[in-house]
Design a protein around this ligand. Structure first.
Ligand SMILES: Cc1cc2nc3c(=O)[nH]c(=O)nc-3n(C[C@H](O)[C@H](O)[C@H](O)COP(=O)(O)OP(=O)(O)OC[C@H]3O[C@@H](n4cnc5c(N)ncnc54)[C@H](O)[C@@H]3O)c2cc1C
Length: 299
């Protein structure tokens, strides 16, 4: 459904769907995201922003997003809150001109570095982009250290990618993966994805132990989080050396509990008008979310 053009045109206009989406995003504008961040900021949980929208069709759209992110840096600076930015390369024209994407990304990265002094993250998209995204990331890393990359635990290749990237002192955000990938390249069963995630997490924890690298465990899976915490204790990591990231609106009480226990927690807030494919992926992750949408239809 996330790739269906007819649905992506019609569904976002339906009022009950628009209402249901509010569970996962505070609004369509960066102002709504900034407002939502204030609540997290008051309980000392920083956030990371991402503007929804992928696979833009003209470089003009990429230019618009380039300026959006450059302006966003100013707005974040003005807000004085600890907010990072995470971006999909296809938003910056990756399908159209890698050269332009590099120019746009470098510009944003440099501004993030000088104005916010924090890390700019690159999201990871479907598998047709994995190798190109990693190559792009390595290229950008040569000029700026304040860039991190997201990797997906459901891909068989990720173990080797992680080994390579850890040698470069990369900042990594590990997720399970949100796209539908075939069995020849990705684990299909949840149990296998979880096992691989834990294996990768152990490698990441060692990187923190040895080089104090910034490693992020972006998952809402409580069992997995408990296993990671247990392992971290066993190898001698302190609570503040583990960073968990979760999505706005998902497992909010767990976010607060982990933060209260001294773990680093950061919440990813999405905003923007092009929320349809992203929202379909959120529904697919948990069938109960579909019931939530239907409940909105009847309420
Ligand atoms: C900060 C962050 C950044 C991300 N960036 C990317 C990216 O760049 N590329 C990418 O492919 N994916 C990204 N994802 C999405 C990720 O790949 C997963 O699809 C998503 O996090 C669900 O997997 P999970 O680890 O929570 O585990 P799951 O096994 O899917 O879920 C564990 C439990 O968490 C809860 N839960 C999970 N998802 C939902 C939901 N949608 N609604 C309600 N409850 C839910 C449920 O209780 C579920 O039982 C990101 C996720 C986070 C948190």
């Amino acid at each position: 459904m996330s790739e269906n053009k007819w649905l992506s045109h019609h569904i976002p206009k339906m009022k009950f769907v628009r209402e249901a989406v509010k569970k996962f995003m505070p609004g369509e504008t960066e102002e709504a995201a900034l407002e939502a961040s204030k609540k997290y900021f008051s309980i000392e949980i920083p956030t990371v922003f991402t503007k929804l929208g992928e696979n833009i069709i003209s470089l003009n759209d990429a230019e618009i997003l380039r300026y959006h992110y450059l302006n966003l840096v100013d707005k974040i600076k003005e807000s004085r809150m600890n907010i990072e930015i995470s971006v999909k390369l296809t938003q910056l024209g990756f399908d159209l001109s890698e050269e332009k994407t590099k120019i746009f990304a470098n510009e944003i990265v440099n501004k993030v570095d000088s104005e916010l002094g924090n890390t700019f993250f690159i999201d990871i998209e479907g598998s047709s982009y994995t190798q190109r995204t990693i190559n792009f990331y390595k290229g950008i890393l040569k000029d700026s250290q304040n860039v991190g990359l997201c990797l997906q635990a459901y891909l068989y290749r990720t173990e080797q990618d992680l080994i390579d990237l850890l040698k470069l002192n990369s900042s990594i955000r590990m997720v399970k993966g949100a796209y539908k990938e075939p069995a020849d390249i990705a684990f299909q069963k949840k149990i296998k994805v979880d096992e691989n995630y834990f294996l990768l997490a152990k490698m990441m924890m060692n990187a923190t132990l040895q080089k104090n690298s910034r490693m992020i465990y972006a998952t809402h899976d409580e069992k997995l989080i408990s296993k990671i915490i247990e392992e971290a204790k066993m190898i001698g990591l302190k609570n503040e050396q583990l960073e968990f990231q979760m999505l706005y609106g998902i497992k909010s009480s767990l976010q607060r509990k982990l933060a209260a226990e001294g773990f680093k927690v950061r919440v990813l807030i999405s905003y923007g008008q092009s929320w349809f494919p992203w929202y379909m992926r959120r529904l697919a992750e948990r069938p109960a979310n579909v019931w939530f949408v239907l409940k909105n239809l009847f309420s």
